[in-house]
Every structure is written in C-alpha cells, then in structure tokens.
Design a protein around this ligand. Structure first.
Ligand code: NAD
Ligand code: GLY
Length: 359
C-alpha cells in the first residue's frame, strides 16, 4: 500500500492507495470522529460497492443516499437530496459524510459537507480512475451551473482519501481513458520523466495492469498533493492543474453535461493547448505531435466537437474561473513538462486554435 500526505498544516490528510482497501476499517475508523456516517453514492456504484463499505463500517450508524448517476445531475436539485436525507435522519454536526463514487459524487458530497450545518467532516472513496488521480484530492468541491462548469462550490478538504484500485475492475473502458487524460496532464505540466514512463506503459495502463495502474495513481496523487500544498486556493501555481480545462469545460457545457465525459473534453482541450503553444512558437512541431500522440494512445478524442464554432468557445470560455478583470488566462506549455498560466498570448494564436487550424 502507498501512503501519501497532502500537507496543509492542521488540515493535512492521508491518501491511501492499494488493492482491497474498501475492506480496511483500520484505515477508515481513525478519520470518523462521531458515531453517525452517511455514505453518498450513485445508482451505478451502489449495487457494486455500497454493501462492502457498510460491512467495513460495522459498529457505526450508517445511512446512505443514492443519487442518480452522471454529470447531468451535478446540480442544486441533486445536492438538495443529500441535505434532505441528512435532516430526515437527524444527522448532527458530528456526522461524517463518505463519498463513494466518481468525481461527480466526490464534488457534490464535499460541497454538501462544506455547507451542512456550516461544515461537517467528509472522506473520499473515489471509484473511477479520474477521481482517484484528481478530483478526490485537493478539496475542490461544487456543482455545475447551466452557464458554466463547477461555477458554484467551495474549497473544503476531506479528512482522508481511500483509493481501492480493485474498484477499477468494473469501470468501462471509456471511463479508463477519461481518467488517463488527467494522468497525462500531470506529465505534460510538471514531469517529463513521468510522460516518458506513460508512453512506455500506456498499453499496461489501459489493461489495468495492477503494478502500472498503482504507480500511475501514486505519481499523479503525489504531483497533485505537492501543488495543492503550495497553493491550496489557486492563487497562482494550482491553476496549472487546469491544462486543457478552459477549452474542455466549454466543450462539456456546449455539448450538454454528460455527453462528452470530463476526461474526454480535457483530452481534446489539452490538444488545443498543445496546438496553441505550438502556434506561439513555444513548442516545436515534434513536441506538439508527441503530446497529441500520447492523448490519442489513451483512447481520447484529439479534436473538439465538429459542431462547435470559435464563437461558441469564446462565449463559453468567458465565464472560466481563470478570467481576471475580463481577461482570459490560459494554461499553456512553455515546453513539455513545464506549464504556465498566462494572458500573454496573441489573438492570432487563440483564433487559429479555436478555428481548429491544427498541424
Ligand atoms: P463520474 O463521477 O460521472 O463517474 C463516471 C461514471 O462511472 C458514472 O457513471 C459512475 O456511476 C460510474 N462509476 C463510478 N465508479 C465506478 C466503478 N468502480 N465501476 C463502474 N462504474 C463506476 O465521473 P468522473 O470522471 O469520476 O468525474 C468527473 C467529475 O469530476 C466532473 O464533474 C469533474 O468536473 C470533476 N472533477 C473535479 C475535480 C476536483 O478537483 N474536484 C478534478 C477533476 C474532475
Ligand atoms: N483539477 C484541478 C484542481 O484540482 O485544481
């Protein structure tokens, strides 16, 4: 088992990574202070893993809320169902919420925990690859608004993150590819050696070979933990974790939440960031091609939707959270393994990218 720590002074917390951890009450119990627990999950994950978790939590008063599955339900109405259940079952301020599911469940449970009675504890048990390498770590919680992705939310850190790699065994291939998008992101923004490793290991990762997948999760979480420890509330550095996301969030909102998976939109968005960095002369043609090839090798889209115009992108990107004083800032690459958050780009480079003038 790997154990990492997100270093945030008195709010520091562990990330446990290994096979079969869902059955390890010894890893969970130290992070549950009261006797009440409410597991929040969705109607896809519940039949697979809820009973196993309930068994692990033997001795606690365990309630659960099963939400409808999918990004389309990451909204106020679904969030309200969590509050309704907590109030109906008289959960007090000593309760602990446990998110059992993908990033949608993790983001909504964390936001519910931040708000319920002005803040209760929560634990992340991510069950998708994407949530294991990204969304369960770092404390970004929230819901979507029809006008923009993740527009309503809070920074609120979990007490612990428990990653059971066995849960990936039931995940569809398309969701594995979506998770690989965020893994590739870490190599592109910060770790060229990891990118080399990913190129070599992509077939093993897509086949969920245990050694390779555990290594990829651990290295991804280590990079995320390091960045979050430096800049928890995204005053600067943390924005690099959004490589491809400004374009990707626009794709998700344009297509209708859930049509393109978040990781798929990030895959196409990272290619747009690579292409734009090439247009600016920061990346060579061959480095840009190398980045595109690794996205493609993960089974991800490398082009935005054909029905999306440059005007659609401009309109949807205007509400991005990195916009400051009306000025769009983007995460681009100075070179492979080095990202920058910048408004210092030419209109021509952005225009060429949005018009899909790729090499
Ligand atoms: P998701 O939560 O919708 O899960 C994907 C699908 O997999 C769902 O249908 C789910 O029911 C199913 N599923 C989950 N675990 C399963 C398992 N073990 N076996 C079979 N099916 C399973 O999507 P996701 O990709 O996990 O997360 C995407 C969300 O995460 C987006 O809303 C995105 O904005 C958010 N996100 C947040 C952060 C953050 O820092 N908070 C970072 C990245 C992404
Ligand atoms: N996924 C981006 C972040 O956590 O900052």
């Amino acid at each position: 088992m790997h154990r990492l720590t997100v270093e945030l002074a008195d709010r520091s917390y562990p990330i446990f990574i290994g096979q079969g951890l869902l059955g390890r009450s010894d890893l969970l119990v130290p992070y549950i202070t009261g006797k009440q627990v409410c597991v929040v999950t969705d109607d896809t994950v519940a039949p697979l893993y809820l009973e196993r978790l309930r068994h692990t939590l033997d001795g606690y008063k365990v309630d659960h809320v099963v939400l409808p599955t999918g990004e389309a339900y990451k909204n106020w109405a679904t969030l309200q169902q969590i509050f309704d259940a907590l109030l109906a079952r008289r959960h007090d301020r000593g309760t602990t919420l446990i998110a059992l599911g993908g990033g949608v469940i993790g983001d909504m449970t964390g936001f519910a925990a931040a708000c319920y009675q002005r803040g209760v504890d929560f634990i992340q048990i991510p069950t998708t690859l994407l949530s294991q390498v990204d969304s369960s770590v770092g404390g970004k919680t929230g819901i979507n608004h029809p006008a923009g992705k993740n527009m309503i939310g809070a920074f609120y850190q979990p007490k612990a993150v428990l990653i059971d790699t066995q849960s990936l065994g039931t995940l569809p291939d398309r969701e594995i590819s979506a998770g690989l998008a965020e893994i590739i992101k870490y190599g592109l923004i910060r770790d060229i050696a990891f990118l080399d490793w990913l190129e070599l290991n992509m077939p093993a990762l897509r086949a969920l070979e245990p050694g390779a997948i555990t290594e990829a999760i651990a290295r991804s979480c280590a990079i995320k933990a390091e960045v979050v420890a430096v800049d928890e509330r995204e005053g600067g550095l943390r924005a690099i974790l959004n490589l491809g996301h400004t374009f990707g969030h626009a794709i998700e909102a344009h297509q209708g939440y859930g049509q393109w998976l978040h990781g798929e939109a990030v895959g196409a968005g990272m290619v747009m960031a690579l292409e734009m960095s090439r247009h600016l002369g920061w990346l060579s043609d061959s480095d840009c091609q190398r980045g595109v090839a690794i996205v493609e090798s993960a089974g991800l889209p490398t082009r935005p939707p054909t029905d999306m115009t440059s005007e659609d992108f401009i309109r949807l990107m205007a509400v991005d959270k990195k916009v400051l004083d009306g000025q769009l800032r983007l995460v681009l690459l100075r070179q492979l393994g080095e990202a920058t958050v910048t408004a210092d780009f030419t209109a021509a480079a952005l225009d060429a990218t949005l018009r899909k003038e790729y090499s």
